[in-house]
Every structure is written in structure tokens, then in C-alpha cells.
Design a protein around this ligand. Structure first.
Ligand SMILES: [Zn+2]
Length: 222
């Protein structure tokens, strides 16, 4: 608990004090049985990612690596509760464990994509992003391939709440008023610049009520 608090308060200081945490054993990665490994803050990529996320002004806590079996795991993941904006933090609800590199892309999108579009198009800053979560041990629908959700490397975003109280959901806003339609299409396009795969209502019926934002090197945007 002390570690979680320390990270959410002052990441650089907490990182400096984390040398005592034993490193993740390579043998534990990909283990067949479910279980957890120590928080992987001593891995250079994790330390770098946490430092970058801290610099965005986001509120988060690193999570221990977990292996659930059946190809599902959450490694180098964080609990992200708030994202830093130009003037204040945006709340993020219902997210759970999310891979740290994805959290960084998400934080940048929320600030530079969503909040600024909300101000310009809807005249009110962003207050909260409602998600349908990240980690879920499942396949890509209709395939035998594990979804990025099975590694917490995708986030499903359902709605945006503005400071003036308005709530714009993907489900009802995609084909709603001109302003809401424009807002959702602009932030969908900006997501395509920051995530490897972005799927929305125009992709298929399964995505009528959310944006699927996936970490990775691809460039699929629909
Ligand atoms: Zn998804």
C-alpha cells in the first residue's frame, strides 16, 4: 500500500526508492500457471514508462505482474485513475489494469485530443472519461486469436462527461446533433494518430457503443 501511495504522490521520488523491490524473474514471464510476480518497476521499460506517465500529471499506481493462464496476463500495467490536463485532471472510470504504454497514449489522447476538441467544438472542457475497461481474457470475436484485451493492451471508451455536465456517449452521440457528431469524429481521428488500432461504430455493430483503442504498431483506423 505504501508503494501505491508513493507512486501516486510523487513518481520520481518513489522510483528512486524502489531499488529494494526484487526484479521480476524472467522465468515467471509466460508461466503456465496463474499467479503474480513482483511489481516490475525495476525493469527499465517499466521505469521509463512510469516516469513518462508521471510527467503527464496523471494519477496512477503500478500493479504487480499477473499471469492468468490461457495466454492472458497483465504485465507492466498500472491502475489509472486520473489523467493530467492543461488545467485540471480528468477522471477515468471503470478502467482496471491497463498496460503502461497504452496508459501513456491514452493520457496524451485525453489531453490533446479529447479535452481540446471538447473545448473547441462543444465549448466546455472535459471532466471525465467513462470506459468499459481494458483487461479481459477473451478472443477477437469470431477468431481463435487472443484479443489485445487479454493483455490489457486495449481500452474500450464509452462516454465523455464535460465540465458543464453534458455526457456524450458513443452509443447515442455518433448519430446525434451536429456538434456531438463532429466531436466524436474528431476525437476518433485523433485516436488513430496515437493508437495502433482504433475501432468505432463504423467498423461493426459490436462497436456501436464504444471506441476500441489498441496499443501496437499497426495503423488500422475504422
Ligand atoms: Zn475493445
Amino acid at each position: 500500500m505504501r508503494l501505491r501511495l508513493a507512486f501516486s504522490i510523487l513518481v520520481p521520488l518513489a522510483l528512486a526508492g524502489c531499488g529494494a523491490v526484487p526484479p521480476t524473474k524472467p522465468a515467471e514471464r509466460g508461466a503456465r500457471t496463474a499467479g503474480s510476480a513482483p511489481i516490475s518497476v525495476t525493469r527499465p521499460d517499466a521505469r521509463q514508462c512510469h516516469a513518462e506517465l508521471g510527467q503527464t500529471g496523471s494519477r496512477f499506481a503500478p500493479l504487480p505482474d499477473k499471469y492468468y493462464g490461457a495466454g492472458c496476463s497483465t504485465t507492466n500495467s498500472v491502475s489509472l485513475e486520473g489523467v493530467g490536463g492543461d488545467r485540471h485532471q480528468f477522471a477515468v472510470t471503470n478502467l482496471g489494469a491497463v498496460a503502461c504504454p497504452l496508459a501513456n497514449s491514452f493520457a496524451a489522447w485525453a489531453r490533446f485530443g479529447v479535452d481540446r476538441a471538447a473545448q473547441q467544438i462543444l465549448g466546455s472542457p472535459l471532466q471525465r472519461i467513462e470506459t468499459m475497461g481494458s483487461y479481459s481474457c477473451r478472443n477477437v470475436a469470431g477468431t481463435a486469436r487472443r484479443s489485445a484485451h487479454s493483455r490489457a493492451e486495449a481500452v474500450d471508451v464509452a462516454a465523455f462527461v464535460l465540465a458543464d455536465g453534458r455526457r456524450i456517449s458513443v452509443r447515442s452521440g455518433w448519430n446525434a446533433s451536429q456538434d456531438e457528431r463532429e466531436f466524436l469524429r474528431v476525437i476518433h481521428r485523433s485516436a488513430c494518430k496515437r493508437f495502433g488500432t482504433v475501432l468505432g461504430p463504423d467498423y461493426n455493430k459490436a462497436h456501436h457503443d464504444h471506441f476500441h483503442l489498441e496499443h501496437g504498431g499497426g495503423s488500422y483506423c475504422r
